[in-house]
Design a protein around this ligand. Structure first.
Ligand code: HAM
Length: 417
C-alpha cells in the first residue's frame, strides 16, 4: 500500500514554493516598515485557548478543529488561526505596555477540518499582524492600509475591501435581540445548526453558508441599526481616514466573521479570481479578547492573509499578463518563397491594430505551427504556394480548431479576427 499525503494537505513544490517564499519575504519587509516585529508561535496549544477565544458556537470550534489528547491525556489542538495564540503570548510575556502600541506579526501553517476544494485546505498558511494598546480608529485603518500595501507590492490588482462594524458587546446584545426577532418568524426555514445558533448566538446565523439560510438572511436587519453613538462614531472615523488615504472600500451590512472575538470594525479583502473562496484576508478589532483571557483591558486589531489563496491569485495574474503579451496572430510562410508576401501581410495586419508575429526561419509546417502555438497567439495565418496562387491566406483559430480561407486583401471585419 502506498502512503499519500492526507486529504486537504499537500506538498508545495517548485515553482509554487518560490511564490510562498516571495510572499513571506514581502510580508516581513512591509510589516516591519509599519513597526511590527516577528513572533514565532507554537503550532499546538491547549484546546481551551481556541474554544474560549474563537467561540464555542463558531464552525471552527464546533466542527473544524484538530483536537487530540497527548500522552498525559491533556486536550491539545493544532492551531486553526494565530490571533488567540498571539493574545496568549502577549499576556504570558507582559508584552503590552500602558500607553504604547505593541505590534507583532507571524506566519505559518494553520489547520482546519474543512471540506477541501480550490483555495481551501486542511493545512493552509497565513501571514498575519496583531496590534495592541489603542482603541483609535487610526489603528483599524493602519491594519487595512498595511494589508493593501502588502498585497499591492506583490502586484495584485482588482482587490476589494469589504467592511462592517459589529459595535461593542452591548451593541451586539441589542443586535442579537433584533436578529432573534427576525429569525423567529422564519425559523422553520433555517437549518438545524441555525436553529441552535438562534438560541445560543444569533449573530452566527448570518455566517451560515447553507443556501436556504443565505436566502432567508438577505432581508435580515443590518447591525448598523443597533450601533451606539460611540460605535457609529468610531466606524465613521475609520471611513473618513480610509478616504483620506484614498483606499476604496465597500460596506456590507451583513458581513460577519467566522470568529466570535470581534468588536467594532471588521473587514475582508476579496479578489474575483478566487471564485467562491474569494476572501484573501480577514481581520478587524477585538477589544475584549485580552481581558477575556485575564489580561488587563487592552484594545487590539489585526488581520491574517491566506498565503495559499494569495499565491493562487499571483500565479493567475501573471498567467493573464503573459497572455496579454501574446500576439493575436502568428504568420507562417510555408517556404522562403512566401516570406516577402508574409512581410507585406504582417504589416497590413499591424495597420489593422492587430498584434502580429511572423516566423522568419522556415522549418517544417509542423514545427512552425508548434512555434505559433507556443507564442500564445489566438490565430495562425498560413501562406503557402496554393494560397498565394489564389491570392488567399488560411486562418486557423487555435481555440476552436476552425480553419478557413480569406482573400489576402480582406478587411479587418472580413478577417473575423
Ligand atoms: P480568517 O478569516 O478565518 O481569519 O482567515 C484569514 C484568511 O485565511 C482567509 O481570508 C483565507 O484567505 C485564509 N484561510 C482560512 N481558512 C482557509 C482554508 N481552509 N484554506 C485556505 N485558506 C484559508 C483569521 O484567521 C483571523 N485570525 C484573522 C485576524 C487576525 N483577525 C484579527 N487578527
Amino acid at each position: 500500500m502506498t502512503i499519500k499525503a492526507i486529504r486537504g494537505t499537500r506538498d508545495i513544490l517548485m515553482p509554487e514554493v518560490r511564490y510562498h517564499q516571495k510572499v513571506e519575504t514581502m510580508a516581513g519587509t512591509v510589516f516591519e516598515r509599519y513597526g511590527y516585529s516577528e513572533i514565532k508561535l507554537p503550532v499546538f496549544e491547549q484546546t481551551e485557548l481556541f474554544t474560549r477565544g474563537i467561540g464555542e458556537d463558531t464552525d471552527i470550534v464546533h466542527k473544524e478543529m484538530y483536537t487530540f489528547a497527548d500522552r498525559k491525556g491533556r486536550s491539545l489542538t493544532l492551531r486553526p488561526e494565530g490571533t488567540a495564540s498571539v493574545v496568549r503570548a502577549v499576556i504570558e510575556h507582559g508584552l503590552a505596555r500602558q500607553g504604547q502600541i505593541t505590534r507583532l506579526y507571524y506566519s505559518g501553517p494553520m489547520f482546519r477540518y474543512e471540506r477541501p476544494q480550490k483555495g481551501r485546505y486542511r493545512q493552509f498558511y497565513q501571514v498575519g499582524v496583531e496590534a495592541f494598546g489603542t482603541s483609535s480608529p487610526a489603528l483599524d485603518v493602519e491594519v487595512i492600509q498595511l494589508t493593501i500595501n502588502f498585497l499591492s507590492s506583490l502586484g495584485l490588482k482588482g482587490l476589494k475591501v469589504m467592511m462592517n462594524s459589529l459595535g461593542d458587546r452591548e451593541d451586539q446584545q441589542v443586535f442579537a435581540g433584533k436578529l432573534r426577532d427576525y429569525v423567529s418568524g422564519k425559523i422553520d426555514g433555517y437549518c438545524a445548526d441555525c436553529k441552535r445558533r438562534y438560541e445560543t448566538n444569533p449573530l452566527r446565523v448570518l455566517d451560515c453558508k447553507v443556501s436556504g439560510c443565505v436566502a432567508l438572511n438577505k432581508d435580515a436587519p443590518g447591525i448598523a441599526e443597533a450601533l451606539s453613538d460611540g460605535s457609529r462614531g468610531h466606524f465613521e472615523k475609520v471611513q473618513e481616514y480610509l478616504e483620506i488615504l484614498g483606499i476604496e472600500y465597500e460596506i456590507n451590512p451583513h458581513l460577519v466573521r467566522g470568529l466570535d472575538y470581534y468588536t467594532q470594525t471588521i473587514f475582508e479583502v476579496v479578489h474575483d479570481c478566487l471564485g467562491s473562496q474569494n476572501s484573501i484576508c480577514g481581520g478587524g478589532r477585538y477589544d475584549n479578547l485580552v481581558s477575556d483571557f485575564g489580561g488587563s483591558p487592552t484594545a487590539a486589531a489585526g488581520m491574517a492573509v491566506g498565503v495559499d489563496r494569495l499565491v493562487m491569485v499571483i500565479q493567475e495574474t501573471e498567467a493573464a499578463e503573459e497572455k496579454n503579451n501574446a500576439p493575436s496572430v502568428y504568420v507562417i510562410p510555408m517556404t522562403e518563397a512566401e516570406l516577402g508576401e508574409g512581410l507585406k501581410l504582417t504589416s497590413r495586419l499591424r495597420e489593422m491594430s492587430l498584434k502580429v508575429l511572423m516566423n522568419y526561419d522556415g522549418g517544417s509546417f509542423k514545427s512552425q505551427m508548434k512555434k505559433a502555438g507556443k507564442s500564445g497567439a489566438e490565430y495562425a495565418v498560413i501562406l503557402g504556394p496554393d494560397e498565394l496562387a489564389k491570392n488567399e491566406m488560411t486562418i486557423k483559430n487555435f481555440s476552436t480548431g476552425e480553419q478557413r480561407t480569406c482573400p489576402l486583401n480582406s478587411t479587418r471585419a472580413e478577417l473575423r479576427i
